[in-house]
Design a protein around this ligand. Structure first.
Ligand code: FAD
Ligand code: MLT
Ligand code: ZN
Length: 498
């Protein structure tokens, strides 16, 4: 398909210089600046390239930037002053949270200035009656949950990267995660944002109102904008009441075809207490075991299993919830044609955590095994296995399914959200493997009228694939919005838009 673009009037961006460094030194203390640039009087920097490496390289070590300057502001006002200067000088900036993103959005493509939000890590307010939490964007997701625990609330979002990712990064990627099925998308639970716009203006939308129909809901534009429209500095979010009782079980299935009837049955029987329904195939489970993610299930329990589903319940009454879950398991095991071989039910908090550790550890297991090509796609549930198998067969037909090229083709994901994570684990990232996978995978997604990015975003990885999921009119209006907010194109250049 041909793409027509609204012409971008953004001139070429400049690199930060020693003069810019001197200016930023007036805004921030030295402890908040990391730069390899010399000072104005030519004193060489004591900062090394290695010290900048964690900010220049992404979590997968797939995308590499060459930034010479990382700024770590402590307040919204400091962010605003930095951004205003960069806008005037036409210096590109990359907003960075926990740098756990999986599409290369959080690292520079060239030598843009990285604005890392880690020093903005304070809870601003929490109202235990309404459940409304207002926090700096740099708060780590897990820390927010620790803050909320004594108040019997939780952040309505959970993901394997919770120990490193920041709420501002979650909002900026519109992260989905493990319990979207229960708590819905951030487009619903985020009540307001504070954003530094590309010209340095502070857009204060930090509403703590549940309802506010006063015209255009601007905050929605920044949810999932991946730092291309501004820097999120504060987030107001509706925390959920902490469940009084939680339980989980890993179900081993003899064949993938059983996943859908199982989902239907589980939804019907568990109804309001179902909080997660997560799928992973046998091959990725074996990788999790190999790389010590969680405790391996007993050999008897996994024998003959083609895939697994982790079901979680969260509710208000332990007895009632356990009775419901036990009734479901009995019903599943005792039917004439059981949908499952067996179920491994957690009996205490340690086992509960261990079952989740298997599922949450899949990303890490895959990364320990090799270099992962990650395709985070929305497709009809019934096509999950077909897409994994078709991709594997395609790679085999290209002669690439060998130990020194592609080692594994695996699938896991959020069944409740129609979101498959197709992962191709290779010995190395090579142009040959990439050419075999793209556009092949995107065309497959197109065939199912799916989405090329269900929850990870576009970043730098998928700008060329955006058109598989958005038509020309959509892309044109996205570009107009980008130009309106960021006419000089300084904000996360090279990301999202082709
Ligand atoms: P970063 O990686 O730092 O940045 C991500 C993007 O947001 C970049 O484009 C960056 O420029 C922008 N950004 C970051 N902070 C700001 C800000 N304050 N203002 C403006 N822009 C900003 N994702 C899911 O959706 N579901 C999952 O289940 C999930 N599980 C994961 C498990 C693991 C082990 C890992 C490594 C990643 C996982 N991810 C998942 C992907 C990733 O963690 C999420 O996308 C997360 O929300 C990114 O947050 P971050 O703070 O690390 O952001
Ligand atoms: C997950 O669901 O585990 C995450 O989205 C990360 C991944 O895709 O590996
Ligand atoms: Zn996911």
């Amino acid at each position: 398909r041909r793409l027509s673009h609204v012409p971008s009037n953004a001139p070429a961006l400049k690199s930060a210089t020693s003069e810019d460094l001197a200016h930023f030194s007036k805004i921030l203390p030295q402890t908040c600046i990391l730069s390899t640039l010399p000072s104005l009087n030519n004193t060489p920097s004591t900062t090394t390239i290695e010290e900048l490496a964690p900010f220049n390289n992404d979590w997968m070590n797939k995308y590499h930037g060459k930034s010479e300057m990382v700024l770590r502001p402590r307040t919204t006002e400091e962010v605003a002053q930095i951004v205003k200067w960069c806008n005037e000088k036409r210096i590109g900036v990359v907003p960075q949270g926990g740098n756990t993103g999986l599409v290369g959005g959080s690292v520079p493509t060239k030598n843009e200035v990285v604005i890392n939000l880690a020093n903005m890590n304070k809870v601003r307010s929490f109202d235990p009656v309404s459940g409304i939490l207002v926090a700096d964007a740099g708060c780590i997701l897990e820390s927010l949950n620790e803050y909320l625990a004594p108040h019997n609330h939780i952040v309505p979002l959970d993901l394997g990267a919770k120990g490193s990712c920041q709420i501002g990064g979650n909002v900026s990627t519109n992260a989905g995660g493990l319990r979207l099925l229960r708590y819905g998308s951030l487009h619903g639970s985020v009540l307001g944002l504070e954003v530094v716009l590309p010209d340095g203006t502070i857009l204060n939308q930090l509403s703590s109102l549940r309802k506010d129909n006063t015209g255009y809901d601007l905050k929605q534009l920044f949810i999932g904008a991946e730092g291309t429209l501004g820097i999120v500095t504060g987030v107001s979010i509706l925390a959920a009441p902490a469940p009084q009782a939680t339980s989980n079980v890993i179900l081993a299935l003899p064949k993938f075809d059983n996943v859908l009837p199982l989902f239907t049955k589980v939804k019907r029987q568990l109804s309001e207490i179902l909080s997660a329904f997560e799928f992973f195939d046998r091959e990725v489970y074996d990788l999790a075991v190999k790389h010590n993610q969680g405790r391996a299930l007993n050999a008897d329990d996994v024998e003959g299993a083609e895939c697994f589903v982790l079901v979680e319940t969260s509710g208000g009454n332990r007895e009632h919830d356990e009775a419901k879950l036990n009734a479901l398991l009995e019903n599943l095991l005792e039917s004439d044609e059981p949908l499952i071989n067996t179920g491994v039910l957690s009996q205490n908090p340690a086992q509960f955590a261990s079952l989740w550790a298997i599922r949450e550890g899949l990303t890490e297991a895959v990364s320990k095994e090799g270099k992962a090509y990650k395709y985070d796609i929305s497709i009809p549930l019934k096509a999950f296995k077909e897409v994994v198998d078709t991709t594997r067969e395609h790679l085999r037909s290209q002669g690439l399914l060998r130990h020194d090229a592609v080692k594994n083709v695996v699938g896991y994901g959020h069944v409740g959200d129609g979101n498959l994570h197709l992962n191709i684990v290779a010995a190395a990232y090579t142009p040959e493997i990439e050419a075999a996978l793209e556009p092949f995978v995107y065309e497959l997604v197109g065939k199912y009228k799916g989405s090329v990015s269900a929850e990870h975003g576009i970043g730098v990885m998928k700008t060329h694939a955006l058109h598989y999921s958005k038509d020309e009119v959509n892309i044109e209006w996205m570009r107009r919005i980008k130009n309106l907010f960021d006419p000089h194109g300084i904000m996360n250049p090279g990301k999202v838009l082709p």
